[in-house]
Design a protein around this ligand. Structure first.
Ligand code: GLN
Length: 493
C-alpha cells in the first residue's frame, strides 16, 4: 500500500486538472478499505457517498471553469468530537453513538468551504480524555508503525490515518497534547494553535479554557495551509480571537531577519527514554547547523504542569459533561428507569460513560466541591499563572522552545493500566494549553525499540499568536532532515 501524498500536491493536481477529485477520492477509499488499514481502526465512520458527491461537485466546478478553494478535492479526516452534519458525532462515546449534530463546527465548515472533501470521522478517546485512543468506546486504534501499539491520543485515529496514507490531512483537538503526542507517536506533523486562534464552535467541549482544534498532516507546509483555512474570528465563539490571520504558507520560507534563538530547558531532558534524548540532541544540532543560537532556559514550574492540568481539565470537564443527562442529549438508560429523574440521570450516565470519563467527572466535581475548592482548584489556577510566567520569561530570551513531544515512543496496547502512569506521559504537552501558547510536533526520526521501528517527535513552542515563527522554525528543521518522508509498511497483523 502506498500513500503519502501531500495536501498541497493533491490540491494543485486537482486544480490543474491532472487528477480528478473523484479519482483521488476513490484511491483513498480503496486504501481505507484495505484489510491492513481496516485492522488499524482509524475511522469510526467513513462517509463514502457524501464524499463522492462532494468530489463530483468539485470536478464539475472545475469543468465549468469556476473558482475552487485551496483544498479543492482533498480528502480530510475529522476527529469524532468535531460536529458535522455528516453521520453521527459520537465523540468516541456510547453516550453520543447516535447523536446527529444539527450543525457543522466552524473549523470543519471552513474546510468544506475551501473545497475539502470530508472523508470520515476518526476514532478518539471518549470525549478526548486519554493519551492512547484505548478509551474509545469503539475499540482502540493501532499504530500503523507497529500493530498492537497505541497511536497516541486522544486524536489517535487522525494521526494513524494520516501516517498510513489513508488521508493526507485530518483535524484533531488538543486540550493537553492530543494533537501533538499522537503526531509524535505516528511520525507526522501536528499543530496545537494558540488558544483562540481557531474557533471552538462545534468542538464538543472538554476543558473549555484549554481546547483547540488543529491540523494533523505529513508536512509543515500542509499544516500551515490547513491552519490558514480554519483559523480566524468566528461570531459563534466569543473566545475566538480577532487577531488577523497571516498567510502562513507564504511566510514559511526565506531567511530569518536575525539568527533564530532556540531555547532548550533543562527540564526537557529528565526522565526520557534514551532514544528521545538522542532525538532532542540531534534536533539541537540541526538547528545549530542552520545558524540558530541555542539558549539554555530554565522553566522551574514545568514539572507542576501535570498536577495543574489534571485539576483544571477534569474540573472543566465535569461541568461541561453535566449536560449529558439522558434527557436532552444522547443515550437514555434502557429499560427506561422509572424511579424518578435522579435515577434516570444516574443510570444513563453510568451506562453511557466509560471508566476514564467517570474518573474525570469524579475528580472534577471533587476539586470543585465547596470543601476542596481552595485546596485544589484555586491552587491550580495560581499554578497556571506561574507556568505562564515561566513562559513569558523564557520568551524574552528565545524565540522558540525546543524539546521532546513526549518522554517515550508509542507503547504496547494495555501497557499503561495505571491512570497516573498515563497522565505522566503528558508532561511536555500540557503546559502549552495551560498557558494558551502554540506548539507543534515534528517527525524526528525512528527508534528501534523491542523489534519495532517507532517514530520519535520533537516539539517547538512559541508565544501566543506567534504561529508564524513556530511554523518557520518547523519548516527550517523539516528542510534539513528527511524524517517526515518515512512511511510505515502496512501489513495485516
Ligand atoms: N492526554 C490528556 C488527557 O487525557 C490530553 C487530552 C487532550 O488533549 N484532549 O486529558
Amino acid at each position: 500500500m502506498n500513500g503519502g501524498g501531500t495536501i498541497q500536491g493533491l490540491a494543485d493536481a486537482i486544480t490543474n486538472r491532472s487528477v480528478r477529485a473523484v479519482d483521488a477520492l476513490e484511491q483513498h477509499l480503496e486504501r481505507i478499505g484495505a484489510p491492513a488499514a481496516m485492522d488499524l481502526n482509524c475511522f469510526r465512520q467513513v462517509h463514502a457517498q457524501e464524499a463522492r458527491a462532494a468530489a463530483r461537485a468539485i470536478d464539475e466546478r472545475l469543468d465549468a471553469g469556476q473558482q475552487v478553494g485551496p483544498l479543492a478535492g482533498v480528502p480530510i479526516g475529522v476527529k469524532d468530537n468535531i460536529a458535522t452534519r455528516l453521520g453521527s458525532t459520537a465523540c468516541g462515546s456510547r453516550f453520543l453513538e447516535n447523536y446527529q449534530s444539527p450543525f457543522t463546527a466552524t473549523a470543519a465548515q471552513r474546510l468544506i468551504d475551501a473545497g475539502a472533501v470530508l472523508i470520515g470521522r476518526t476514532n478518539c478517546d471518549e470525549f478526548a480524555m486519554g493519551s492512547s485512543t484505548e478509551h474509545s468506546a469503539f475499540g482502540p486504534t493501532h499504530n500503523p508503525w507497529a500493530h498492537g501499539y497505541v497511536p497516541g491520543g486522544s486524536s489517535g485515529g487522525s494521526a494513524a490515518a494520516v501516517a498510513a496514507g489513508l488521508c493526507p490531512g485530518a483535524l484533531g483537538s488538543d486540550t493537553g497534547g492530543s494533537i501533538r503526542q499522537p503526531a509524535a507517536f505516528c511520525g507526522i506533523v501536528g499543530v496545537k494553535p494558540s488558544y483562540g486562534r481557531v474557533s471552538r464552535y462545534g468542538l464538543v467541549a472538554f476543558g473549555s479554557s484549554l481546547d483547540q482544534i488543529g491540523p494533523m498532516t505529513r508536512t509543515v507546509t500542509d499544516a500551515a495551509l490547513l491552519l490558514g483555512v480554519i483559523a480566524g474570528p468566528d461570531p459563534h465563539d466569543s473566545t475566538c480571537a480577532h487577531e488577523p490571520v497571516p498567510d502562513y504558507v507564504a511566510l514559511l520560507d526565506g531567511p530569518p531577519d536575525q539568527p533564530l534563538r532556540v531555547g532548550v530547558a533543562n527540564q526537557y531532558r529528565q526522565g526520557n527514554h534514551p532514544a528521545v534524548n538522542a532525538a532532542l540532541e540531534e534536533a539541537i544540532e540541526v538547528f545549530r547547523s542552520t545558524g540558530a543560537r541555542i539558549v539554555d532556559i530554565d522553566l522551574p514550574r514545568a514539572d507542576d504542569g501535570i498536577a495543574t492540568y489534571y485539576v483544571i481539565a477534569p474540573a472543566e470537564a465535569s461541568s461541561n459533561l453535566a449536560r449529558y443527562d439522558g434527557v436532552r442529549f444522547g443515550r437514555r438508560a434502557t429499560p427506561e428507569p422509572n424511579d424518578g429523574l435522579l435515577d434516570l440521570y444516574e443510570k444513563s450516565r453510568a451506562e453511557g460513560f466509560g471508566p476514564e470519563v467517570q474518573r474525570r467527572i469524579m475528580l472534577g466535581t471533587y476539586v470543585l466541591s465547596a470543601g476542596y475548592y481552595d485546596a485544589y482548584y484555586r491552587t491550580a489556577l495560581k499554578a497556571r499563572r506561574l507556568i505562564r510566567d515561566d513562559y513569558d520569561r523564557a520568551f524574552q530570551e528565545c524565540d522558540v522552545l525546543l524539546g521532546p513531544t513526549a518522554p517515550t515512543t508509542a507503547f504496547p496496547l494495555g501497557d499503561r493500566q495505571d491512570p497516573l502512569a498515563m497522565y505522566l506521559g503528558d508532561i511536555y504537552t500540557v503546559n502549552a494549553n495551560i498557558a494558551g501558547i502554540c506548539g507543534i510536533s515534528l517527525p524526528a526520526g525512528l527508534a528501534d525499540i523491542d523489534g519495532h521501528r517507532l517514530p520519535l517527535g520533537i516539539q517547538l513552542q512559541c508565544p501566543a499568536f506567534d504561529e508564524v515563527t513556530m511554523l518557520r522554525a518547523a519548516r527550517l528543521f523539516e528542510a534539513q532532515t528527511d524524517h517526515g518522508a518515512a512511511m510505515p509498511e502496512l501489513c495485516a497483523p
